[in-house]
Design a protein around this ligand. Structure first.
Ligand code: FES
Length: 190
């Protein structure tokens, strides 16, 4: 323990109210063992209520962030495992022969294109051109899928390249037609 000749502001009774309270606490909790395991109260750092609250706040924010990251990782893992989403594209009656419709698949922000053929069947492909990523559209008069960026053309029944710079065909979206409805059930990855 450090010997002191001059009384502290608390001992002299001139300390601020906060310091008086601190001095009272020191006195109250002083025990014999303090002589052997002494704590220098003047140099010890206290954890204030504000610091503790800030610590709790940061811990909670960290836990919330961790939970979000884990949920996102689990979702990605599900996609990696091949768990394709099942998305309703529309009713069969909504698509006359030669109709086409863009819809979000396999996830929000990614688009696919559904086309109804003359024989009544359907095909769907990722709308993203495999060349540089422009959106392809259905050119009804030529009955082809066309990428307007560099004139890439694709077979509407298979998605294969007909002409232009793309080196591979469009990614096929698997469809299921049941109960008068068309559903996207897989594929369409980029
Ligand atoms: S981006 Fe489609 S042909 Fe170039």
């Amino acid at each position: 323990m450090t010997a002191r000749n001059t009384p502290t502001p608390a001992e002299a009774g001139t300390a601020a109210p906060e310091c008086k309270r601190e001095a009272a606490l020191k006195k109250k909790y002083r025990r014999h063992w303090e002589d052997d395991f002494s704590v220098d109260w003047d140099t010890t750092e206290y954890v204030s209520r504000r610091e503790f609250t800030r610590f709790l706040g940061l811990s909670s924010a960290g836990m919330a962030l961790g939970t979000t990251v884990i949920a996102a990782a689990a979702s990605l893992k599900g996609e990696e495992k091949g768990e394709s989403p099942r998305v309703r594209v529309g009713r069969i009656a909504d698509f006359p022969v030669g109709a086409s419709k863009a819809f979000e698949y396999p996830r929000k922000g990614l688009y696919a294109l559904l086309v109804r053929h003359e024989d009544g069947s359907f095909s769907a492909y990722s709308q993203k051109c495999p060349h540089l990523g422009c959106a392809v559209y259905y050119e009804h008069e030529k009955n082809v899928l066309e990428c307007p960026c560099h004139e890439g053309f694709f077979n509407v029944k298979t998605g294969d390249v007909i002409s232009g710079p793309p080196q591979r065909g469009l990614s096929v979206v698997n469809l299921e037609v049941s109960n008068d409805e068309v559903w996207a059930v897989g594929g369409g990855g980029h």
